[in-house]
Design a protein around this ligand. Sequence first.
Ligand SMILES: [Zn+2]
Length: 190
Amino acid sequence: MSSKALVCVVCSTMTVFAAERMSIAVCNLGDVPERTVAGAESVVEAIFSPLRIDVAWNGCEESGSGLNIILRLRRDRPAGSERADSLDVMGMAFTAAGVAGNRADAYFGAIEGFVRRHQADPAEVLGYVVAHELGHLLLGPGHSAGSIMSASWNDKTLEAARQRWLTFNQSQRAAIHRELQVRASLAVTR
Ligand SMILES: [Zn+2]
């Protein structure tokens, strides 16, 4: 084994975290087909699974263990959002006065438009949009090309998503764990 490989092994063992959990209450206001919602949920679980973060799905208004998040699936999207392939046209994460939030929207009308233009799978795109917005709730508003936090999608990113290469990068993963730990400690002391 080369010394470089050895260093990487040491790094990866240092960044192993205890399993954490997010409980997501899904409010399907836009009558998104259940099959699509279930498919999207599987995509989100697969994205967070390598981070050892369990994702539990609840009905609207229900809560669970870990970090509770409210996800609304809507048909409409905010006015003035014209960049058709921007992920933030297809979804939005809500934060208040710089404080990390726990509420996100996915705009299924915009997702259907993207799916038609790119001949994509709606469940897959919805899943990546939800993962991207969860990323904003945990990481803040920034974007980063070549990861799930990429600002916009083209055929290349779509292909990476299809092949399951589109993930959170290493620094995003570490920041997500830090944020989950901070939120958990806030919940305990509250
Ligand atoms: Zn974004």
